[in-house]
Design a protein around this ligand. Structure first.
Ligand SMILES: Nc1nc2c([nH]c(=O)n2[C@H]2C[C@H](O)[C@@H](COP(=O)(O)OP(=O)(O)OP(=O)(O)O)O2)c(=O)[nH]1
Length: 134
């Protein structure tokens, strides 16, 4: 099954969220940046690659975060979303090369984000990750 990996990047107690530009029915909704794992690629390599491509952003990929989330893709195919904690590699800022916008959200802002529906399942794990961060 195709795995889509997503990054929970936490910096200074805030989580990086990204606003999708496409497809039209997802436009404007917020997600954790990431994308599909390609054949022969590890999940951690895929996630680091996606963040370099989408955000010109270098991260170190850490542990898994939250449950696997099954979703149906655009073509009706079954996907599984899998999330990892990530740490910025340096002090650079991510750049929205493919998204409409980027935000760093604190724990009190998590519920107010207009998430992609599948991501709502992750909120308890995200809350715990932000509570445990400085
Ligand atoms: N990256 C990411 N995708 C998510 C999240 N939540 C969610 O439902 N998705 C869905 C949206 C898409 O159907 C799919 C990932 O698509 P994508 O466009 O980011 O990645 P991709 O590399 O597979 O791109 P493409 O080949 O499909 O164009 O997973 C999330 O938090 N992050």
């Amino acid at each position: 099954m195709r795995v889509v990996v997503g990054a929970a990047v936490v910096r200074d107690g805030r989580l990086l969220v990204a606003q999708r530009a496409e497809p039209p029915d997802m436009r404007g909704r917020w997600e954790l940046p990431g994308g599909s794992v390609e054949d022969g690629e590890s999940e951690t390599d895929a996630l680091a690659r996606e963040l370099r491509e989408e955000l010109a952003y270098a991260v170190v990929v850490g542990d898994r975060l939250g449950p696997d989330v099954p979703v149906t893709g655009r073509a009706g195919q079954e996907l599984v979303l899998r999330f990892y904690r990530c740490t910025p590699e340096n002090g650079a800022e991510p750049v929205a090369l493919e998204h409409l916008a980027l935000r760093w959200v604190g724990i009190d802002d998590l519920d107010g984000v207009e998430w992609l529906p599948a991501d709502e399942v992750l909120l308890p794990a995200l809350r715990a990750a932000l509570e445990g961060s400085p």
